[in-house]
Design a protein around this ligand. Structure first.
Ligand code: SAM
Length: 310
């Protein structure tokens, strides 16, 4: 059995036991299993495993738990998307990462799978990471995972649209929660507050993320594919023009999503800075079906060519 399978079996067996003995949900059971692993530090099966083995094993267990109790906000960013985001973070910070470290924020961190995928890929090049999450169970899963994979992350259990105690960061990564934001008083603090009716949480979170990014810093969002087609899109576009330069809009393969309504794209923004200039051209590209190796390598070539000419 591969290491990550051994770790998954450990978590799975313990979770099933807790599910039955404590009469709790599978996801709550995972928390107890992870806490056991943390207590058994010296003997636990993941002791000599890589950070990726541990992350993947926990990810599979959480996915199993999410399938068993489907709650609309219990979504995890899958590896394929996490690795793509990580690839673009590496590309945009290439020079920086050779000498330096970057600070990173995920304002809707969920289970942490996206943030940890990116951090593991950057391999020690993240000086400070912060995650914000409104759901208590998810942020506890993120906290235990961070401890087991030994990734230094500050986690806050709060609504990311309320005041955040986070210094401006070099990079934001976020798989945006999509939908209306229920707290209309808080929405009033944002330029992207809807003039009529309720505001979109994902628009407000883009604004909040820009507020917490350094000048010249970069933001990597997974957005609904129709972000720029809704009735509030005009305001969003106007706002973005004053704050950021759009670097890239990347369509993701349809087959990664359950339905057209769930399709996502990647949006890469750079906070404007007097020392820098806008890219000559926005990168508009479509990621091909991941199983088509040749098309995929052409996609990466296109990104490289754009980078050289930008
Ligand atoms: N990247 C995450 C992962 O890998 O697990 C998944 C992110 S999921 C698409 C969006 C997350 O945003 C959910 O976990 C949801 O609970 C959270 N969320 C929604 N509204 C929020 C808010 N106002 N503040 C903080 N988190 C919020």
């Amino acid at each position: 059995m591969e290491k990550f399978e051994q770790i998954f079996s450990y978590i799975n067996e313990k979770t099933i036991n807790y599910e039955q003995s404590e009469n709790i949900s599978f996801l709550d059971g995972i928390l107890l299993a992870l806490e056991d692993a943390l207590e058994e530090k010296e003997t636990w099966v993941g002791k000599d495993a890589t950070k990726e083995d541990i992350r993947k094993a926990i990810q599979i267990a959480i996915l199993k738990g999410m399938r068993k109790t489907s709650q609309p906000n219990h979504q995890m960013t899958p590896d394929t998307l996490g690795l793509l985001v990580g690839y673009f973070v590496e590309q945009f910070f290439e020079v920086h990462l050779k000498q330096n470290e970057i600070s990173i924020l995920d304002p809707a961190v969920g289970t942490g799978n996206l943030l940890f995928t990116v951090m593991n890929l950057l391999n020690g090049k993240v000086s400070a990471a912060t995650g914000i999450e409104v759901d208590e169970l998810l942020i506890r899963l993120a906290a235990d995972t961070a401890e087991l994979i030994e990734q230094p992350v500050l986690l806050y259990h709060q609504d990311a649209l309320q005041k955040m105690l986070v210094d401006p960061v070099d990079a934001v990564v976020c798989d945006l929660p999509v939908g209306y934001y229920p707290n209309e008083d808080v929405a009033l603090d944002y330029e992207l507050c809807a003039h009529e009716g309720m505001s979109y949480a994902h628009h407000l979170l883009i604004e909040q993320s820009i507020n917490h990014t350094k000048e010249g810093g970069l933001l990597f969002f997974l957005i609904p594919a129709n972000l720029f087609e809704t009735e509030q899109a005009k305001e969003l576009h106007k706002f973005l023009k004053t704050q950021v330069w759009i670097q890239a809009v990347i369509q993701l393969p349809e087959n990664l999503f359950a339905s057209k309504a769930h399709e996502k794209s990647m949006l890469i923004l750079q906070k404007q800075s007097k020392q820098l200039r806008a890219p000559r051209e926005v990168l508009l590209a479509k990621v091909p079906n991941m199983s088509n190796k040749q098309a995929l390598s052409m996609f990466f070539e296109k990104v490289q060519m754009w980078k050289e000419n930008k």
